[in-house]
Design a protein around this ligand. Structure first.
Ligand code: CAA
Length: 261
């Protein structure tokens, strides 16, 4: 599928979705959000993609937010539609049944920080900067920022970031647990690919079910969550990969031939 504002590539089990509007620091306009939704559907259906990496084009910005020029003159209903579309894009990433790694290569502001938070794991380059600047523009975060930030970092920290709109650097984002790792910009993609390969070496169905168990389990009480985990655990025993994984262990065999079946 051809896109105008995003680029989707794949290589050896890894899909890479690059937000590609460098002139606007990869800001998310409606067209880009719709393309993200479409690209995620392509990834969902492509069995050759086991892990997805999301990054931004250029060396300055991951995504500098939702497109302010587009939002400026919106009325309430248009704002609502825009928020619904943005949330649809973020949720499609969060709900994608494959791990998603954000390789944050610069500004991750507003909708950019929100995009990174919809991913499972965030790696930042040393030049990355995070903020939720919305309150300074007269709006609340609109693509899940008030919800996902407060779930990812301590609530007081999330409130401080959102109320003050202050920008934090990659090291501070690491300190508060917003990102898993900070690396030099030139090492960012290699680090993301290494992380993706560390996931790919495992049984893809098991990893996919782990994502479901964690994401759905975090929404409900612990008894419901544990019951859900037990169901998924049971389902694994119907897969060829469970037999392969355990047979390899018993045979003291390092090489495993997982078939995603
Ligand atoms: N929307 C639209 N255009 C944007 C943009 C955005 N979020 N961020 C940057 N751009 C554009 C600039 O307008 C500029 O375009 P022109 O060259 O045509 O003037 C171009 O990208 C380069 O940006 P700057 O010249 O501003 O670059 P800089 O290095 O001086 O500053 C920056 C970089 C600090 C990131 C600054 O661009 C900035 O503050 N951007 C806005 C960040 C922001 O407030 N994001 C939150 C948006 S609201 C939101 O995301 C709502 C939500 O939750 C859904």
């Amino acid at each position: 599928m051809e896109f105008k504002n995003v680029i989707l590539t794949k290589d050896k089990g890894i899909g890479t979705l690059t937000i590609n509007r460098p002139k606007a620091l990869n800001a998310l306009n409606s067209e880009t959000l719709a393309e993200i939704c479409d690209a995620v559907q392509v990834v969902a259906k492509d069995d050759e993609i086991i892990v997805l990496i999301i990054t931004g084009a250029g060396e300055k910005s991951f995504v500098a937010g939702a497109d302010i020029s587009e939002m400026k003159d919106m009325n309430a209903m248009q704002g609502r539609e825009f928020g619904i579309l943005g949330n649809k894009a973020m949720r499609s990433i969060e709900a994608l049944e494959k791990p998603v790694i954000a390789a944050v290569n610069g500004f991750a502001l507003g909708g950019g920080c929100e995009l990174s938070m919809a991913c499972d794991v965030r790696i930042a380059s040393t030049n990355a900067k995070f903020a939720q600047p919305e309150a300074g523009l007269g709006i609340t975060p609109g693509f899940g920022g008030t919800q996902r930030l407060a779930r990812l970092v301590p609530m007081g920290m999330a409130k401080e970031l959102i109320y003050t709109t202050n920008m934090i650097d990659a090291q501070e984002a690491y300190r508060i647990g917003l990102v898993n790792k900070v690396v030099a910009l030139e090492d960012l993609m290699a680090t993301a690919i290494k992380l993706a390969n560390d996931m790919i070496k495992n049984a893809p169905i098991a990893v996919k079910l782990c994502k479901q168990a964690i994401n759905r389990g975090m929404q409900v009480d612990i008894d419901t969550a544990i019951a859900f985990e037990a169901e998924l655990f049971g389902v694994c025993f119907a897969t060829e990969d469970q037999k392969e994984g355990m047979t390899a262990f018993v045979e003291k065999r390092k090489e495993k031939n997982f078939k995603n079946k």
